[in-house]
Design a protein around this ligand. Structure first.
Ligand SMILES: Cc1cc2nc3c(=O)[nH]c(=O)nc-3n(C[C@H](O)[C@H](O)[C@H](O)COP(=O)(O)O)c2cc1C
Length: 377
């Protein structure tokens, strides 16, 4: 029977403070549906997350900005105003009412931004890399269009301390909203990743140069956020060997091994990897296995989740073999609100429509039917 072959995904798992009933996790998915201009999560988002909640299941929110100046993507929600906290409260309650659990993913976009999104402030990064904003493919969603990123500048040491405080404050707001924890977004070429990888970090101070220095911002953010929530409510998402969004490193094997081993000392809820066979939201190396998990599993003793190109069968294999504790699905959750049920029952999965990933209304968002409704239609 199909169900029995998928059994390993449907065993319980303790993750930080949560007791999960299964290991099918909803990956963070930017969907651009917060209410503008103040980036407030509203009822449409409540419907979408509630549809995807399952009893004992775990949802990580879409990337959520920690401050006005951290923004870089029109429609992404925030956690820097009271109104945003209220909006999230309603969503978290709806998910919890279905027995679900939720962490907020905290986001600073760094150089992947535009002055139209930051309230006019020049985007910031580890160092100045004109090749980034001159590249025609590094587009951001701004009011009315897609645009190349604005020119950015390097952060001063004093400003870095301020950004760490913004993360801390956003974690406090996440706790106020009822989230059970926070995931720090350190992947996909956003601010923390820009500090980690030396293609974007050419600093010569304590935040640049050797790997220990490039990891400093991530370390400081984890420490600040853990001081608010407790380390077991904090998680980190990294993209080992990730090249999407203009990223590169001279020795990614050494860098990400160091990061995983270093994070092991914090007592985090989990470490979340993105497999490099997926770049952003596109599978670029379908033939590749779960290479990041294989490299880092021996170095991180806590709970390990990975996303990136998993299908139900490969997820079962990764959990059964002990390679992963849980698997996060992105695109399958876009188009299958009842993904957990479909995987458990071996039902077919509906394909996601890329054209509506980042549009601003209900079409292609909260209107994907559950399996029973789809076959009845
Ligand atoms: C529409 C869309 C939005 C995404 N937004 C985010 C995000 O906000 N934060 C993040 O860390 N990853 C984001 N990702 C990456 C996914 O979390 C995931 O790593 C990727 O889709 C690979 O998993 P999949 O093969 O199951 O889709 C996004 C992907 C998609 C398709």
């Amino acid at each position: 029977m199909v169900q029995n072959t998928r059994q390993s995904l449907f065993t319980s798992l303790d993750l930080g403070p949560m007791h999960l009933k299964h290991r099918v996790v909803m990956a963070p998915l930017t969907r651009s549906r917060s209410i503008q201009p103040d980036s407030v999560p509203g009822d449409l988002m409540r419907q979408y997350y509630e549809q995807r909640a399952s009893d004992g299941g775990f949802i990580i929110t879409e990337a959520t900005n920690i401050s006005l100046t951290s923004r870089g993507w029109l429609g992404a929600p925030g956690l820097y105003s009271d109104e945003q906290v209220q909006g999230w409260k309603t969503i978290v309650s709806a998910v919890q009412a279905k027995g679900g659990h939720m962490f907020a993913q905290l986001w600073h976009t760094g150089r992947a931004s535009h002055v139209a999104m930051t309230g006019g402030a020049i985007p910031v990064s580890a160092s100045v890399n004109p090749a980034y904003w001159e590249h025609p493919n590094h587009l951001v969603s701004i009011p009315g269009s897609w645009a190349q990123s604005s020119p950015h500048r390097a952060l001063t040491v004093a400003e870095i301390a301020g950004i760490v405080q913004d993360y801390r404050r956003a974690a406090e707001r996440a706790m106020d909203a009822g989230f059970e924890g926070v995931e720090i977004h350190a992947a996909n070429g956003y601010l923390i990743d820009q500090f980690l990888q030396d293609g974007s970090n050419q600093r010569t101070d304590q935040y640049g140069g050797p790997i220990e220095n490039r990891v400093r911002l991530l370390s400081e953010v984890v420490t600040a956020v853990a001081s608010v929530c407790g380390a077991d409510r904090v998680a980190v998402r990294i993209g080992p060997r990730g090249t999407w969004n203009g990223m590169s490193d001279s020795d990614p094997g050494a860098l990400f091994s160091y990061v995983a081993a270093h994070l092991d000392h914090f007592g985090l809820a989990y470490l979340h990897l993105i497999e490099p066979r997926v770049g952003g939201s596109i599978t670029t190396h379908p033939e590749q296995g779960a290479v990041a998990a294989e490299q880092l599993r021996p170095l991180f003793k806590g709970k390990l989740i990975a996303a990136g190109g998993f299908e139900p069968e490969t997820a079962v294999a990764a959990v059964s073999s002990g390679l992963l504790d849980a698997v996060a699905f992105g695109r399958h959750f876009v188009s299958n609100p009842d993904l957990v049920h479909r995987i458990r029952e071996g039902l077919p999965l509906a394909p996601a429509d890329r054209d509506t990933f980042y549009t601003f209304d209900a079409k292609g968002y909260a209107d994907y039917p559950a399996y029973q409704a789809a076959v009845a239609a």
